[in-house]
Design a protein around this ligand. Structure first.
Ligand SMILES: Cc1cc2nc3c(=O)[nH]c(=O)nc-3n(C[C@H](O)[C@H](O)[C@H](O)COP(=O)(O)O)c2cc1C
Length: 163
């Protein structure tokens, strides 16, 4: 199975997590700055990672390149999303960005795997919720870095089991 991990990162946190994920799945790691349409279309599992900025926006490189994703044909493709955020300083828009990515990939025909529960997080609002669950993996390296390894391992296990 070919896995492609595409991430954007201002401060390096999401890059670090993306590297960690890629190390575990043995895929291809790509900064969104360099991603082409074929990179989105050719993976049998596409993992997308994005931090939230600006109180609910995509990270800047994602913002600049999101039209490439909007044009990609993801019909039937398996996609998993992970978001980095800060639930203490941005409790109303916690990991909003992956909610934005979710709507785009679903619109392009993807099957999104790896929804997770909100238990263990403390926030008031998130655009990344559907039916009270996160559309992907929620990581908070600013406040809950000690929980990341366990969350990551459980999520990777989950997405490997889901078709
Ligand atoms: C100006 C600014 C705005 C932010 N806005 C949000 C936000 O709305 N929601 C959120 O969950 N995190 C927000 N964050 C936190 C970042 O998403 C978080 O620190 C993330 O780990 C950064 O990832 P990076 O180092 O890969 O860029 C914000 C951080 C900054 C500096």
């Amino acid at each position: 199975m070919s896995v492609t991990v595409i991430y954007g990162s201002d401060g390096g946190c999401t890059r670090k997590i993306a590297k960690r994920i890629n190390g575990k799945v043995g895929g291809t790691l790509l900064d969104i700055k360099k991603a082409q349409r074929a990179d989105f279309e050719n993976a049998s599992l596409l993992i997308l990672g994005c931090p939230t900025y600006g109180g609910g926006d995509l990270q800047t490189d994602w913002e600049a390149r999101v039209d490439v994703l909007r044009e990609a044909n993801l019909a039937g493709r398996k996609v998993a999303l992970f978001g980095t955020g800060d639930q203490v300083n941005y409790p109303d828009s916690f990991i909003d960005a992956i909610g934005i990515l979710y709507d785009i990939v679903v619109e392009r025909g993807a099957r999104v795997v790896g929804f997770t529960d909100t238990e263990g997080y403390d926030f008031t609002g998130s655009a990344a919720l559907r039916d009270d669950r996160f559309v992907g993996l929620a990581l908070d390296e600013d406040n809950q870095a000690n929980r990341t390894e366990k969350r990551l391992a459980a999520w990777l296990e989950l997405i490997s089991r889901q078709d």
